[in-house]
Design a binder for this molecule. Structure first.
Ligand code: SF4
Ligand code: SF4
Length: 249
């Protein structure tokens, strides 16, 4: 399979979100309080995960913008090894990240109220952000631009909150998934897969009423946009336009 370097920067956030990465990951080395910006961001993406799965990753994540806008043109863009996206690696990365974060946060929080507390707290997040930036960029350059997204602990965190949203039924009306709205028109040409940042095969969801349920899908919509035959649609669960419901039969 040849992977295409299709432009993925359709919105201003996707085009320039990487500036935030440079500001916090590198600017934070001089001004550690910048790391405090990551606290509401992490809470926000967890909340969004509850209602929309990994929609954050494909549409708002600053690192996603870095990988798509800066890394992609330079990347090898080769096949991601299956073991990189295996469960042990995903959960191992999540465990290492969480243990590292908590072990660095614990001594800092015990210094609550002291001079320099907010700088030390901010630096914990700056450090994590810098590590993700460097590791993600290296993986992006040497494998494919979004390799990091397969194992990103924040993505795993969103998968967890999404399952909670699904189990409780609270994301029924807010979820957005890829749907095969026109299955008879699919030529299985693979163009959707070749442009997919996560190297997925969305047309394989066939007539599934529930949409494309692959946990790795970041709901970027690129596959739907690039399908030459209008087979795919990034859509709301309960708010599909009537004509698409009709076409899906
Ligand atoms: S690009 Fe469209 S027609 Fe080609 S495999 Fe994907 S869904 Fe099917
Ligand atoms: S399947 Fe489509 S929406 Fe999901 S990550 Fe791939 S291109 Fe984006």
């Amino acid at each position: 399979m040849t992977w295409k370097k299709e432009s993925r920067t359709r919105t201003t956030i996707r085009q320039y979100g990487w500036i935030f990465v440079f500001l916090v990951a590198f600017g934070g080395l001089w001004l550690p309080r910048l790391g405090l910006l990551l606290i509401p961001m992490m809470l926000g993406l967890a909340m969004m995960g509850f209602f929309r799965g990994k929609y954050w990753c494909g549409n708002y994540c600053p690192h996603g913008s870095l990988f798509d806008a800066i890394i992609l043109p330079l990347a090898r863009n080769s096949q991601r090894p299956d073991r990189l996206a295996s469960r042990p690696v995903i959960w191992g990365a999540f465990a290492i990240f969480m243990v590292g974060l908590v072990s660095r946060l614990t001594p800092v929080i015990s210094e609550w109220g002291t001079v320099g507390f907010w700088d030390r707290l901010g630096y914990v997040f700056v450090f994590n952000y810098l590590v993700v930036t460097l590791v993600g960029s290296i993986l992006g350059l040497t494998i494919n631009a979004r390799s990091w997204c397969s194992i990103c602990p924040m993505g795993t965190f969103q998968s967890i909150t999404y399952r909670l949203g699904t189990v409780t039924g609270l994301n029924t009306k807010t979820d957005r998934k890829i749907r095969v709205i026109n299955p008879d028109h699919c030529k299985r040409c693979g163009k959707c897969t070749r442009v997919c940042p996560m190297q997925l095969t969305p047309y394989d969801s066939g007539d599934d009423e529930d949409g494309f349920n692959d946990d790795r899908c970041i709901r970027c919509g690129l596959c739907a946009e690039q399908c030459p035959f209008g087979v795919l649609q990034l859509d709301d669960t309960d708010n599909r336009p009537d004509e698409y419901v009709d076409q899906a039969g």
